[in-house]
Write a protein that binds this ligand. Sequence first.
Ligand code: BEZ
Length: 202
Amino acid sequence: MRMHINPASPFARKVRIVAREAGLAPRPEEIETAVSPVAPNADLAGANPLMKIPALTLDDGSTLYDSRVIAEYLDALGGARLFPSSGAQRWAALRLQALCDGILDAAVLTRYECAVRPQPLRWDDWIAGQRRKIDGALAAMAREHGAWGDQFGIGQIAAACALGYLDFRFPDIDWRAAHPGLKTWFARVSERSSMCDTMPPA
Ligand code: BEZ
């Protein structure tokens, strides 16, 4: 298996963590891939016509995307321990993943708006709207993280990727001051080898 990833992408980080937490051996070969909202990448388009990472190419040549599908596929290969199989626990885990992926959608779009889009075309109200989504989702995460205990399933993996990406690209968002419980939780899970192995580049 080959997986298109970018070390800076939080969605790629999620599936890279899943591959490690699921104990896959061997893990998918990681193909470092450049992505841009404005420059096409023909190699990536062969694996995912949306030209988004991560994209997983299986040994039979078929491909899987997006990160949610890949994460569940890799977990199934590893014995299905990171996604609850059914019932209320499954819906809670998938909803938490959706919440945290939503933080990432807003944060990555904002990153593109601020780092790629030409300054005269930037839209401050739109950026503020994305920030409100991030703040609201962080508050929701903070309200519920007390029930997570020692779990590190797909919901918590997505949460760790969201907080890690905010640290990486938005150090001005002081989520630790607003949510000290999340600060403690993130410090603890950041020690896992899956998290250390997949730290975004400095
Ligand atoms: C980033 O550099 O922040 C980034 C790279 C790839 C995908 C998403 C974000």
